[in-house]
Design a protein around this ligand. Sequence first.
Ligand SMILES: [Zn+2]
Length: 285
Amino acid sequence: MILALVIGEAMWAQVVHQVRPNETLGGIARKYGVSVGALQAFNGIANPNLLFVGKKLKIPSSQASEVSYVVKKGDSLGSIASRFGVKVSTLTLVNKITRPDLIRVGQKLIVPLKGGNLKPASSLLSSTVKRSLDGIRPKSGKWKRIVIHHSATPTDDAMNMHRVHKARGMKNGLAYHFVISNGSRKASDGEIFMGGRWKDQLDGGHMKSLTYNRTSIGICLIGNFELRAPTTQQMNSLEGLCEYLMKRCGIRVDQVTTHKILHRNHTKCPGKYFSLPSLVKRISS
Ligand SMILES: [Zn+2]
């Protein structure tokens, strides 16, 4: 399939490369300092492993840091992202998209093409959040997994949850280590709240099992995801936070899980509109 590209004029100072035996798209991309995704997009190559000797490839200018792409029927943000070899989160960030499910045919998207333009996930975290995370030394070997929850309420905030949990008899209050707001009450959308249990490296109170509480980092997203999906900002923050914690605590991507997966017959948390596979795809790419 050929991609319809709208390309800035400066990029048409075109270099053409004729494929020689034993060349790979990756090798050619490296040679010209462009991404494989950009080569694929420019030349309508769906399968980068099928490259014919003698094929003439248009090489995008290595100065080009982005192209604009017009959304066509059948496109999703995910399909566009994988076509260009970028992350969905990069597209949502660069294009300030708040509802990734609501892109429309004819919409013009900016697609960053070069490594320098692609933000690593940890930059999804604000410098303030990153600084406070950096200020805590995780107990070595303690944290084996990350468990994701929802609040199951449309609105709430971490301080209120802290009070409620305390009133329920939890002496350490807020049962989760982190809370990610959906913009309700006083917090802003995607805001990460670090609970006292993370600051003091205490067991969570978010699971039924003592063993899980001892070894699992609990992250709660505000919202009822049985009724609607988390916000884009919440997912961006969750992605950044998970990647940070995985790296810091040595947690593998297959140990990022949900309450429901660990307590199958006991809860629907974090709800049917929370997609673990799409999170995993983002944090493992
Ligand atoms: Zn839960």
